[in-house]
Design a protein around this ligand. Sequence first.
Ligand code: FAD
Length: 242
Amino acid sequence: MLFEHLLTRYRGLFATVVLLPISVTYAIWLGIRNRIVFLLKSAPAKHDLKVQKVIEQIEDWKQAGCKEKLCTARSGWKSMSELVPKYKLSHRNIHIDLYDILDLDEAREVVKVEPLVTMGQLSRNLLSRGWTLPVMPELEDLTVGGLIMGFGVETSSHKYGLFQFICESFEIVTAEGKLLRCSQSENQELFYLIPWSHGTLGFLVSAELKIIPAKKYVRLEYLPLYGLDDLMRTFEDESRNT
Ligand SMILES: Cc1cc2nc3c(=O)[nH]c(=O)nc-3n(C[C@H](O)[C@H](O)[C@H](O)COP(=O)(O)OP(=O)(O)OC[C@H]3O[C@@H](n4cnc5c(N)ncnc54)[C@H](O)[C@@H]3O)c2cc1C
């Protein structure tokens, strides 16, 4: 009780002296680790093994009689959502340790990523090669998995659509423990059902996303508009002008 009172009363001090240094140290460690993995291209070799570990956890659950529901083991504090995921205490937690950029295919203009790749990580690594996502949600900690299985949008969605519209393919592991790849030409129905499905169709283990060339600076042009009709017409024209 006293501890709770002190923590609430002096929360500014606690956040400054304890939380901020921990957050900064964690962010620096993650940044260095992700950059090294991207430069060494070490993630693709380990990807299949990590997916196999996801499948093995599902096989164990099946062998134990499929008693609990399945969910990702990702802790609530890592997610952007303010929801406290109490259901994770009673569900079977599946560890999906997939944090890396797998391949940057500049010829196809596609980047292949694992689901826990964050927007900050992707933005920094793509920009270093002169690319970006057409829809890059601006909060650094949002993950590819969350933006596909949950929901993703950014200002450029006026031009390119929601986050799901920049997705070329997905790989999921189903509750049967099967690895399925889907795209517009392969398991097409599943491909269109995955966005917003919140993990109900399976665990996302990779996604291919479209990329576009990015320059260092953005040129802004201000257009004076007079009246609602003028605003709507210009807004639509500019949105369609991709
Ligand atoms: C302050 C705030 C600002 C926000 N701003 C934006 C914004 O600018 N643009 C935007 O698009 N959204 C925004 N959001 C919402 C955010 O996009 C969604 O909450 C998104 O789903 C969160 O992503 P996350 O990476 O934290 O995923 P999580 O919350 O961890 O996951 C979202 C859902 O996807 C499921 N999931 C995640 N990974 C997998 C996987 N590998 N396999 C199966 N299922 C999986 C989870 O179970 C959950 O149901 C904001 C939210 C907050 C709280």
